[in-house]
Design a protein around this ligand. Structure first.
Ligand code: CAA
Length: 256
């Protein structure tokens, strides 16, 4: 089943499975460079999916040549990337999976790293080449890459523009899985299906709680985690999850 639920020149949205949306960046001629228009359209797409009451997981991808080759350099001379708009991309409450084939460079890698899970092609090329333009990553790269791969490799990638392969990305904990290029989408969609089968409110709460590990102090995050745990415990889904376990059957989630 691949039911197209929205088509646009630069962002294409499909519904490959119930509760799963596949969102494709679609500027192939410029390797899916993230123009301001593309970033805005992608943000609006994610916001609409977040609010539609149906979608429970999103796979974000590009094409065979590129996930995305970074912010659109052609716009640098004018206004440059409107990075405060990109914050809307990180704000989605839905779990997201980056399915990376080909290039994920600069803002493209930053976008992939902002997703909750990352599946990459063995031969994908990931890097932060901004230094070659005389700038630095501007959409989270210095922070997210360093936290994911550690200071040693992050320094080499950000100060020297070293690229790594998908295989290396998996070895260094940047990607969840590295697979042959033709397996990237099937594996990402399978994971999305599994995410969509979990209790939706618990998935959203868990995603938020994990993000806070990087955004605030341990003490405050632990308190937030406890609060989220207790409030989820009061939901119908939690009662159903416990009852199903005790009855030795599969739970049926209502999202309440
Ligand atoms: N912005 C705008 N256009 C881009 C682009 C980008 N980031 N990356 C590639 N393109 C365009 C090229 O200009 C080219 O267009 P034309 O056909 O009209 O000339 C087309 O895409 C194909 O690219 P190439 O011919 O260069 O393809 P290649 O296979 O020879 O090289 C590449 C591929 C090594 C990725 C090379 O295109 C490249 O170095 N691109 C720039 C990568 C980059 O520096 N990204 C970081 C951007 S800054 C950033 O992202 C800041 C931030 O943190 C937010």
């Amino acid at each position: 089943m691949s039911d197209e639920i929205g088509h646009d020149d630069i962002v294409v949205t499909e519904r490959p499975h119930e509760h799963v949306a596949l969102v494709r960046l679609n500027r192939p001629k410029v390797l899916n460079a993230l123009s301001n228009a593309l970033a805005a359209k992608l943000a609006a797409t994610l916001e609409a999916l977040d609010a539609d009451g149906v979608t429970r997981a999103v796979v974000l991808t590009g094409d065979e040549r590129a996930f995305a080759a970074g912010a659109d350099i052609a716009e640098f001379a004018a206004e440059g990337p409107r990075l405060e708009e990109w914050d809307r991309l990180w704000a989605t409450g839905l779990p997201t999976i980056a399915a990376v084939r080909g290039l994920a460079l600069g803002g493209g890698l930053e976008l992939a790293m902002s997703c909750d899970l990352m599946i990459v092609a063995d031969d994908a090329r990931l890097g932060q080449p901004e230094i070659n333009l005389g700038v630095i990553p501007g959409a989270g790269g210095t922070q997210r890459l360093t936290r994911a791969v550690g200071k040693t490799l992050a320094t080499e990638m950000i100060l020297l523009g070293r690229e790594i392969s998908g295989r290396e990305a998996e070895q260094h904990g940047l990607a969840n899985r590295s697979v042959p290029a033709e397996r990237v989408l099937p594996v990402a969609l399978e994971l999305a299906k599994r995410l969509a089968q979990q209790a939706p409110n618990a998935v959203r709460a868990a995603k938020r709680a994990i993000a806070q590990a990087f955004e605030q102090s341990l003490h405050a995050s632990l308190l937030d985690e406890r609060q989220a745990f207790y409030s989820l415990l009061q939901t119908e889904d939690a009662r159903e999850g416990v009852a199903a376990f005790l009855d030795k059957r599969k739970p049926v989630w209502q999202g309440r």
